[in-house]
Design a protein around this ligand. Structure first.
Ligand code: 6PG
Length: 240
């Protein structure tokens, strides 16, 4: 398995600008080819500048569906909500016209919500793969909400998993208080036409390189499941 090339930018600002151009070009290509496009977006903090640039990028946003890659089990407006983060950074300006598919519901727990959200994401995809997925990486080797040795991780990484699964992460410095989550699964991201892992700083570069060192030990660094997935189109972009 050839590890995806790590493409380096000079600094985070250049990384965000270059990725905004690339994501916009991929979305325009999907719109031209199929009349619609699906963009899957991660939360966290790294992609904020990228999302703000995309928000004012000229394209037919009303034919773009934005799907959350994962969500902490907090309501919109509460601290840590990825839905709120995406609304405040990406779904502004021109991109406010996109269709948004979130993952947080009124259910008490992600396990209760997973089947309904899997159906909602399947409806949004309408049988087609995600066109572009913007992913992060934690220093622990998680992407999406695929946290090391988490409850639900094996099911989320199964080759025949539904599109959305519930995760209960083991507490760590990376998870913070947000242990209960919903996440897109390996099939959802493996089949994406383009997945971009966006990382900055030395710690995450070391995590990415450690992930490549031993692609088989998936539970230890679950991003490995995507990096090693046959047919996945993954590239990793890094800035100091
Ligand atoms: C989340 C994210 C998660 C994120 C990584 C990196 O809910 O936390 O979706 O997968 O992409 O944890 O987060 P940072 O960009 O904040 O380092």
């Amino acid at each position: 398995m050839r590890p995806p090339a790590l493409v380096q930018a000079a600094a985070p600002a250049e990384l965000s600008a270059a990725l905004a151009d690339e994501v916009a070009a991929s979305l325009r290509s999907a719109l031209a080819a199929r009349g619609r496009a699906v963009l899957a977006v991660s939360g966290g903090s790294t992609p904020a500048a990228l999302y703000r640039i995309l928000a004012d990028t000229e394209l037919d946003w009303d034919r773009v569906t934005v799907v959350l890659v994962d969500e902490r089990w907090v309501d919109p407006g509460q601290a840590g909500s990825n839905e709120t983060f995406v609304h405040e950074t990406l779904l502004q300006g021109r991109a406010a016209h996109a269709v948004f598919v979130g993952l947080k519901t009124a259910h008490a727990a992600p396990t209760d919500a997973a089947p309904e959200r899997a159906h909602a994401v399947a409806e949004a995809l309408a049988g087609a793969p995600i066109d572009v997925a913007v992913l992060g990486l934690g220093a622990d080797g998680h992407t999406a909400s695929w946290f090391p040795h988490a409850d639900g991780l094996e099911a989320a990484l199964a080759a025949d998993a539904p599109l959305v699964a519930a995760i209960r992460a083991a507490p760590s410095a990376v998870t913070g208080a947000h242990l209960d989550r919903l996440t897109l699964t390996l099939p959802a991201l493996r089949d994406a036409r383009q997945s971009i892992i966006m990382i900055t700083g030395p710690e995450k570069r070391r995590a990415y390189e450690a992930a490549l060192d031993e692609l088989n030990a998936v539970a230890d660094m679950p991003v490995r499941a995507l990096l090693a997935a046959t047919g996945a189109t993954v590239s990793t972009r890094w800035a100091p």
